[in-house]
Design a protein around this ligand. Structure first.
Ligand SMILES: [Zn+2]
Length: 366
């Protein structure tokens, strides 16, 4: 059993994908946040569609032994095209170079790589789809992340979807279905992978961490508080949370959250100093979600993101109203657009902290 088969929301996706086969769908668009595991399910689905002996495996997956399965394993299947922005491909190359202990700079230096999927990547697919498949089966194009299709690439794709070749299957993976042209969406079977609730996500992450522990050279089991924080920051996407647990900044984020919750003596200058040394997204998302949890608390509701700070959130909003929480959230939202401006990092940090200090003063006045 592969990891994703333990995840109920992914079992559902697998079933939905199987249904698309019964419906002879030639285009499928899937909305999923990164780290929810959709890619792993799609890989298995694609392997099954391309497998030459699909009934052989008892669990309904690809056989793993035929020529097609062999090609997939070697990453070079003639009937599959993976279309991604060049910049993302380069990250992959970098990771491989690092794994081989080479200098990653060598492979990508001097090139300005596109963050978008370009028409030059879509046009050649016409040739790929017109020729018969190499193994008389399906030909699959997997585009991800499909929200990065630029305008002309999207229009070229639309034309191809209007006349899909025999046996062609288009798979579009996106973080937001609404980012696709409505005319593209209307030609696809659209599926949505919803994040699991907090308890289910936590159990899945713990299972992932346990299986990781069996391999040598893994560190200690992360503390429960860090697991909870990683999940909160990842919108309950277990694989994304697993990545966060490997990032040393998570420890700092835990301490920042504690400081925001308790506002001890000197909290403002401590955070201003520390945040100035980090990219804004590392502290801003924390503050933003903490504000959302405060709003929840003001409604006497459970936190959405940071379960272990549930009591601290209730205490913090004790003498505040829902309106105060809304004001804080609105101000942070307005600030978010400016975060990309190359201001002095300390100025960004202080502006955000001033908003929070204002909010806390509201409590002190009552
Ligand atoms: Zn096979």
């Amino acid at each position: 059993m592969t990891e994703w088969q333990h995840a109920p929301w992914l079992q559902r996706l697998w079933q939905q994908l199987a249904d698309t086969q019964t419906r002879h769908a030639h285009a499928i668009a899937i909305e999923a946040q990164p780290g929810l595991g959709a890619e792993a399910v799609l890989k298995d689905f694609i392997a099954l569609r391309l497998c030459e002996a699909p009934g052989k495996s008892p669990d309904g997956s690809a056989c793993g032994q035929c020529a097609s399965c062999g090609w997939l394993a070697s990453g070079q299947h003639p009937d599959l095209r993976l279309i991604r922005p060049a910049a993302l491909e380069a990250i992959q190359v970098d990771l491989e170079a690092l794994a081989e202990d080479e200098d990653p700079e060598q492979k990508t230096s001097g090139r300005k790589l596109s963050q978008d999927i370009l028409i030059e990547q879509i046009r050649p697919l016409a040739g790929f789809l017109q020729v018969g498949s190499h193994r008389a089966g399906a030909r699959i194009v997997w585009i991800e992340p499909a929200q990065r299709l630029n305008r002309s690439a999207a229009n070229a794709l639309l034309k191809m979807l209007e006349e899909p070749g025999e046996g062609a299957i288009w798979i579009l993976l996106t973080q937001q279905l609404s980012s696709l042209l409505p005319t593209i969406r209307s030609r696809c079977i659209c599926l949505k992978v919803s994040p699991p609730d907090a308890g289910v996500a936590r159990r899945m992450l713990e299972a992932l961490l346990n299986s990781q522990q069996k391999t040598p050279r893994q560190g200690d089991t992360p503390k429960a508080a860090l697991i909870s924080l990683a999940l909160g920051l990842s919108h309950h996407a277990p694989w994304a949370a697993q990545q966060r647990l490997l990032d040393p900044v998570l420890q700092a984020q835990q301490a920042w959250l504690q400081t925001l919750a308790e506002t001890p003596q000197g909290w403002f200058s401590t955070l201003a100093r520390q945040w100035a040394d980090h990219p804004p997204e590392q502290w801003f998302e924390l503050l933003e979600r903490w504000a959302m949890d405060l709003l929840q608390a003001s409604h006497q509701l459970e936190p959405i993101y940071f379960k272990t700070f549930s009591e601290a959130a209730l205490y913090r909003v004790k003498s505040l109203g829902v309106g105060d929480c809304f004001t804080l959230i609105e101000r942070l939202f307005a600030m978010k657009a400016n975060l990309r401006h190359p201001l002095n990092p300390r100025l960004h940090a202080e502006s955000a902290l001033l908003l929070y200090a204002d909010f806390c003063r509201g409590a002190a006045k009552c």
